[in-house]
Design a protein around this ligand. Structure first.
Ligand code: 6PG
Length: 235
């Protein structure tokens, strides 16, 4: 499915535009339903966005008490490990905003991977009931993966659960990821892409040189954007 592409001149303006969009979606959700359910992305790209959301004026523009933070995926390491997406998001934002601890839903990666997936799917159901996520933030890997939906893995074909555990050969590590059904059902999906290193994969996808990549199998039923800087949008 094609996304609406939003291209900003540089990384700084990309982060500002993404922060403004995050705030807008949050405020709309809270105004309409009294709550904002968002799944954060891992990796390095969203870190700047999280840091900006934790600073003025953005941090005071969201009623964090009405926000529930989920994670679109997680590395199966302890939350204190440098590879942990929870650790990255905590240091960049969560520790600096006034969000109730119970509203931050960390994947319990102290458990075995399959149990993490099962427990997390239950947490999502318990917190959100039959509501979809309001916003899913995703990064784009150079191989076209999103969340931890990596090419050639069984997680791509999971259609009956909100989460899946998978072993990622190239990283020799386990991950837990949200699956296509829950991502596609979100009211809005934003793939957040920055830097020269992503220009090739963006170009290959945009010109359909490649097909069937995990990001190309996304089919959001809600609003769907790619927020990029010029360097990533490149060619
Ligand atoms: C993860 C992410 C992953 C990431 C992309 C982009 O846990 O690594 O969820 O999907 O978003 O690999 O990562 P970068 O922003 O670091 O390029």
């Amino acid at each position: 499915m094609k996304a609406e592409q939003v291209v900003l001149p540089d990384a700084s303006s990309l982060i500002t535009a993404a922060a403004e969009q995050f705030i807008s979606v949050a405020r709309t959700a809270i105004a309409k339903r009294g709550v904002f359910y968002v799944a954060l992305a891992g990796g390095s790209t969203p870190k700047g966005l999280y840091q900006m959301l934790a600073t003025s004026p953005y941090t005071t523009q969201v009623d964090w008490a009405r926000v529930h933070l989920f994670f679109g995926d997680e590395r199966c390491v302890l939350p204190t490990h440098d590879d942990s997406n929870f650790k990255m998001a905590s240091e960049a934002m969560i520790d600096a905003i006034s969000i109730p601890e119970d509203n931050v839903h960390r994947m319990p990666t102290e458990l075995p991977p399959e149990q993490v997936a099962t427990v997390y799917a239950a947490t999502m159901a318990e917190v959100m009931g039959d509501q979809p996520l309001d916003l899913v933030l995703l990064g784009l890997g150079p191989d076209g993966h999103i969340a931890s939906l990596f090419p050639g893995t069984p997680a791509l074909d999971v259609s009956n659960t909100k989460t899946a555990a998978l072993y990622v050969e190239k990283f020799d590590s386990w991950r837990v990821t949200m699956t296509y059904p829950v991502i596609n059902a979100a009211r809005q999906v934003i793939v957040f892409i920055a830097g020269e290193a992503k220009a090739e994969i963006v170009n290959d996808i945009s010109t359909e040189v490649v097909s069937g990549l995990p990001v190309q199998r996304l089919a959001p039923t809600g609003d769907y954007y790619w927020y990029m800087d010029k360097a990533a949008a490149g060619k």
